[in-house]
Design a protein around this ligand. Structure first.
Ligand code: AMP
Length: 141
């Protein structure tokens, strides 16, 4: 299937809609998930317009997982998590709802189950606070 440039992450990349950004480099952008499954739920996307991992070059995928590891490490500290779940879906049949490839970073706590996937919007001020916490742990302005 061809890439749909109207998807919400493409709009974030083009600056057409806002996001609580926590990290950006030449190839990658990371921002808070607006419907977090846990406090600190963060998304990492490549800047190249690709729908799934199958549309990425091996080098682009290596870069994406490397940045994901870097941010997940900071998220574990920033949110004092006991563990971190990484998730990544390819295609609607696999549960992908936004057709731009991304990794989920979800801080986890012993005995606490996840909120439903993409179900309820978080408070904007809380997302801003979480983004600030994560930026501080990442040491980014
Ligand atoms: P997936 O189902 O793996 O495609 O995940 C898409 C994720 O994007 C879900 O967890 C949504 O909560 C999240 N999401 C949807 N719209 C936005 C948005 N505008 N900003 C940040 N996260 C979003």
């Amino acid at each position: 299937m061809s890439y749909n440039p109207k998807n919400i992450f493409a709009k974030i990349l083009r600056g057409e809609i806002p996001a609580h950004k926590v990290y950006e480099d030449e190839h990658t952008l990371a921002f808070m998930d607006v419907m977090p499954q846990s406090d600190g739920h963060t998304l990492v996307i490549p800047k190249v317009f690709a729908e799934t991992v199958f549309d990425l070059s091996p080098d682009a995928l290596k870069n994406l997982i490397g940045v994901t590891q870097h941010i997940a490490t900071a998220a574990k500290t920033a949110f004092a998590a006991d563990g971190v779940t990484l998730m990544q879906f390819n295609g609607a049949a696999a549960g992908q709802t936004v057709p731009h490839v991304h990794f989920h970073i979800i801080p986890r706590y012993t005995g606490k189950s996840l909120q439903a996937h993409g179900r309820s919007m978080a408070d904007n001020a809380l997302l801003a606070q979480h983004a600030e916490q994560l930026r501080a742990a990442l040491n980014t302005p």
